[in-house]
Design a protein around this ligand. Sequence first.
Ligand code: ADP
Length: 191
Amino acid sequence: MFNLILFGPPGSGKGTQSEKLISTYGFKHLSTGDLLRSEIKNQTKLGLEAKSFMDNGQLVPDAVVIGMVDAAIGANKGVNGFLFDGFPRTKAQAIALDELLGTHDTSINLVLALDVPEDELVVRMIKRAKTSGRSDDADENVQKNRIAVYKNETLAVAEHYATFDKVITLNGLGDIDVIFASLCAEIDARA
Ligand code: ADP
């Protein structure tokens, strides 16, 4: 199994690149943002609990997200590998993920981090708001919150995996296909 984390701030292009990576490598895509939005759409108890956090640009509590990922991993036994997108987002989530994967005799092989300057992130989120229908993209204060949460809580995830030498940082600015090729080169060098 080859398990990959696609890492980066909100608006860095994780969703776009994930789609291309899953179709090339056959990873099972595990996006906690997508899973949460689907819970909201289906008006589940979990979705109702998550919505106010998401609308404010705050993180959904670790226990909720970890439980959701645990279920998704358990439901996808036998896949070639997972592509984690938007997860882990806190050090506690990273530690929980390592443990979860360990119980399935596997681990994270590689963390690919997309580097995009903050002013460009805001430009992209404003643009995405026009078509995504995502309430958390449209509001400037919410965008600022998400970037602050990324700095305060999520950067620790990259530090966690850097201690195991698993992190490669790539330029996330420029042509989508050029960025994709640079991601593929890193995977191909290890898979
Ligand atoms: P983006 O790609 O813009 O970062 P996501 O779709 O990954 O956005 O996530 C949208 C929102 O869902 C986050 O702002 C957060 O409220 C919630 N969320 C997603 N993943 C997690 C997670 N791993 N832990 C806590 N909250 C999460």
